[in-house]
Design a protein around this ligand. Structure first.
Ligand code: RP5
Length: 164
């Protein structure tokens, strides 16, 4: 059965990426998650990607910080969509990870999202939007979610708005 594979470069990335798994759970999307580093466990990472594809992974999300080569490594192995989430931290507080993740050579794309919680949540949303192309039930859920988001803006405004 199809699923989304999430790979974290370190267990320390989990606190932020929990927002990604929470979002998949909210929409009942199957995922699996492992920690595997492009640098510290390169062989395990490469082996895992191939095994995950054989098991039915339809898209990959890679979260890594500092010299973030994890998403690029995944992209070099699979032709499934790879979404990269740069992690904050290190001497440059995530700018290093963002540039490492986004600056891929032509022909090896990584869809790179924002730093922090927004990037983690949007990794799930962006992946679901890809899945929804062929999953009409998920497409309906995403449209309903947009209505909920728009209504929340209005109720939030009501709590604090000052109109003349
Ligand atoms: C990266 O280095 C990881 O993805 C993490 O964001 C960062 C720091 O890793 P730890 O030293 O906390 O394991 O490879």
């Amino acid at each position: 059965m199809n699923f989304v594979s999430i790979v974290l470069g370190s267990k320390s990335d989990y606190e932020i990426m929990k927002h990604c798994t929470d979002t998949f759970e909210k929409f009942n999307v199957r995922y699996e998650l492992i920690v595997s580093s492009a640098h510290r466990s390169s062989v395990r990472t490469k082996t895992y990607i191939k095994e995950a594809e054989e098991k039915g992974a339809v898209a990959f999300i890679a979260a890594a910080g500092m010299a973030a080569h994890l998403a690029g490594t995944l992209a070099s192995i699979t032709t499934k969509p790879v979404i990269g989430v740069p992690m904050k931290g290190g001497a440059m507080d995530g700018m290093d990870a963002m540039l490492s993740t986004v600056q891929m050579p032509a022909g090896m794309p990584v869809g790179t999202l924002a730093l922090g919680k927004s990037g983690a949540v949007n990794a799930a949303y962006f992946t679901m939007q890809i899945l929804a192309i062929t999953d009409s039930e998920l497409a309906v859920k995403l449209k309903e979610d947009r209505i909920v988001q728009a209504k929340k803006v209005e109720t939030d405004s009501l709590e604090i708005e000052v109109l003349l």
